[in-house]
Design a protein around this ligand. Structure first.
Ligand SMILES: [Zn+2]
Length: 220
């Protein structure tokens, strides 16, 4: 796949394009960045936009997706246009969860939604070592162990987010769990919970943190 070219990799329920742009060093550590999955938590899109225009990084192969839920953002809702919580619809540890209308409705089947299926196919193509998912507005990153824990801690340090567990949901079929299956060599993903708003300077700081953690902790 060429760099610096926006490519459509799928479409939403309402026919909006899902796009990815590859940037950086094609031999570098592969990082997939998803700016938005819950439509009304869209400030991460600004982080992806910074990653698209900053100096092309050495040693990092960025795959940049502004949003996998453009319908949700257009309607200012969490779900996709079918009322499914995409972050409960991924095909790893998926289980029926709740009913249509519920905030965590997981959909009728694993990867039933076109946005989820397209993202799974993209992940299988890219095989990223790291997948970043942006949400709002709990202002935290959940801690973890091992290399994932180190990367989270460094990202938190660089961006000023506290390391605090995210709790309160039922976590079947989440994007982060699926992210752990996209590489054979121990890739992983995690959620960054931004605050209720994000300044342009903060978005830039996050974009730089993405490149820094990949270059420092995941390359070579
Ligand atoms: Zn969310």
């Amino acid at each position: 796949m060429p760099t610096d070219l926006e490519v459509v990799f799928g479409s939403s329920v309402e026919g909006r394009s899902l796009t990815v742009t590859r940037r950086g060093d094609v031999d570098g550590v592969r990082v997939l960045v998803i700016g938005c999955i819950h439509g009304n938590e869209a400030d991460g899109i600004a982080i992806v936009e910074h990653l698209m225009r900053m100096d092309s990084p050495d040693g990092v192969d960025l795959w940049l997706v502004p949003t996998i839920n453009p319908d949700g953002t257009a309607a200012d809702i969490r779900h996709n246009a079918s009322g499914v919580d995409l972050n409960r619809n991924f095909p790893v540890n998926w289980a029926p969860l709740a009913e249509p209308g519920d905030w965590q409705y997981g959909g009728p089947a694993a990867a039933s939604e076109p946005e989820t299926a397209a993202t799974v196919a993209l992940g299988e193509l890219v095989e990223p070592s790291l997948v970043l998912w942006y949400h709002q507005d709990l202002f935290r990153i959940s801690p973890s162990r091992g290399l994932s824990g180190e990367v989270r801690a460094r990202y938190a340090e660089l961006t000023g987010l506290p390391l605090i567990e995210v709790t309160g949901g039922t976590y079947t079929g989440t994007a982060s769990q699926w992210s752990r299956t996209v590489t054979a060599d121990g890739g992983f993903g995690f959620t960054v919970e931004l605050g209720p708003s994000l300044t342009d300077a903060e978005a830039e700081r996050h974009a730089e943190a993405v490149v820094t953690v990949a270059a420092e902790l995941l390359s070579g």
